[in-house]
Design a protein around this ligand. Structure first.
Ligand code: SAH
Ligand code: SF4
Ligand code: F3S
Length: 438
């Protein structure tokens, strides 16, 4: 009988894609996926360390697995992902969760099948974490979450060292894949029926494949691939967003008119302390340029509330920027201290209650704007890539517009994976309701 596995994924699309690769490698070895973790022979937890609550959830999950491990000593527990790149986490696991079988990091995922074999056959504990990325390993299989869309790494790591952020320490320095490798992968995805790709990197604007190929050039080349319908990317750092990229939005018909452009704060003073290397004014100029060149472009952002030293005036600057840009949506985060980052040592930490109060004001403003912007869609016809049926109602299907708006509508199974025209009936805060255009 074949062995079964289950993967729990925390964190961003990088981790999501790493989990797809791990699933792909296990499938190649004849393992079978199961829906419930308690039915698996091998459980994998792919962790994130970006904020404190991500850490907490991981240790909560590990606690739950302890009993299962006691009942069945053959049950294999693997932990991986960004948290494993931090020595203090590995020390905690060794001390408090010694029954964990395999620990590996973000740089050596390709070794995963071998580690599993060793754990299963020799019943040996495996700890293998590389401190930095070696050469990029190409050609690993991946089991996609969706048939019609795929995540594609174009680069790994980050060189920016924003003072609050752990990612440069858990993902290492920037490394770009060769353009030929990316193009080969996307061509084969398109042949496999993939309509939409999401190009991944912590800062795609600093992609450098070779002498000729910067990020904009890569987009032009991917735009030529037959069968592919949509190209998205994330994340782009405002400090490196070039005029050539803005022009790519104009020239490349497959590039979706949508951009995720994390601003983090509207206060130039705070941005400086964050080491973001742009000012509020520069960010607003960039947004103006994008909106002028690409009419109707939708925008989302990330904002951190309560960075050390943030005053009420700084926070008002953030509200002002949000009112000026009018984001379609935004991810808002309470600042959370990360061990090993420069901001950990900043003394002027903002009190919890102040952070929460500002956070609520910001979310209210963002939601009001989202609802207003979505309201403007009523009566429009949008092309939607249908992703699947709703979990609660089998007649309701959902998908995304070119601008990344989530649309719910009544549909049929055969629409899944296809582009359909939907007339928008109503815009809500987080989604649009529509009906299929016959
Ligand atoms: N590379 C991307 C972001 C990766 S992390 C970029 O530069 O935009 C995703 C988001 O998590 C960040 O944009 C930031 O808003 C948030 N974040 C990162 N570290 C954080 C921290 N210590 N506390 C709160 N939010 C944080
Ligand atoms: Fe973190 Fe900044 Fe790098 Fe994004 S650009 S991953 S926020 S250090
Ligand atoms: Fe988390 Fe690592 Fe992504 S820290 S946000 S999973 S790069």
């Amino acid at each position: 009988m074949s062995k079964t596995f289950h993967i729990t994924t925390f964190g961003c699309q990088m981790n999501e894609h790493d989990s797809e690769v791990m699933a792909g490698m296990l499938l190649e070895k004849g393992f079978e996926p199961v829906k419930e973790r308690r039915d698996a022979d091998v459980a994998i937890i792919n962790t994130c360390s970006v904020r404190e609550n991500a850490d907490k959830r991981f240790f909560g999950t590990l606690g739950q697995l302890k009993r299962r491990k006691k009942e069945n000593p053959d049950f294999v527990v693997c932990v991986c992902g960004c948290m494993m790149q931090q020595q203090h986490v590995i020390d905690t696991i060794k001390a408090k969760y010694p029954w964990v079988d395999i620990i590996f990091g973000t740089h050596n995922i390709h070794q995963f099948p071998e580690l599993v074999d060793n754990a299963l056959n020799e019943k040996k504990k495996q700890i293998e974490v590389w401190s930095d990325g070696g050469d990029i390993v190409e050609g690993l299989p991946a089991k996609r979450l969706y048939d019609c869309k795929a995540l594609v790494n174009i680069m790994f790591g980050c060189n920016n060292f924003c003072t609050y952020c752990i990612v440069p320490y858990t993902r290492g320095r920037e490394r770009s894949r060769q353009p030929e490798e990316i193009i080969k992968e996307v061509k084969s995805l398109a042949e496999d029926g993939v309509k939409e790709i999401m190009l991944l990197g912590q800062n795609v604007n600093s992609y450098r494949g070779d002498e000729q190929t910067d990020f904009a050039r890569l987009l032009y080349r991917l735009n030529e691939i037959e069968g592919l319908e949509r190209i998205r990317f994330m994340t782009s750092h405002p400090k490196d967003l070039s005029d050539r990229l803005i022009q790519a939005f104009v020239d490349c018909n497959k590039l979706c008119k949508n951009i995720h452009l994390p601003v983090q704060s509207g206060s130039s003073r705070v941005l400086k302390k964050m080491n973001r290397r742009y000012t509020k004014e520069q960010y607003l100029e960039l947004v103006a340029k994008l909106k002028a060149a690409v009419p109707g472009i939708t925008m989302s952002t990330d904002i951190i509330v309560g960075f050390p030293g943030e005053t009420e005036e700084d926070f008002e600057e953030t509200l002002d920027l949000v009112r000026k840009v009018r984001f379609d949506s935004a991810f808002t985060f309470l600042y959370s201290i990360r061990k090993g980052t420069p901001a950990e040592k900043y003394e002027d930490q903002v009190p919890e209650e102040v952070k929460h109060e500002r956070f609520n004001r910001l979310v209210d403003l963002i939601n009001t704007i989202s609802a207003e912007k979505n309201g403007e869609y009523a009566g429009r016809v949008e092309r939607v890539l249908v992703e699947g049926a709703s979990k609660t109602n089998s007649k309701t299907f959902s998908g995304r517009t070119d601008g990344f708006k989530l649309v719910n509508f009544e549909g049929t199974k055969d629409m899944v994976g296809n582009l359909v025209d939907v007339e928008i009936i109503e815009g809500k805060t987080f989604s649009l309701d529509g009906r299929i255009v016959k």
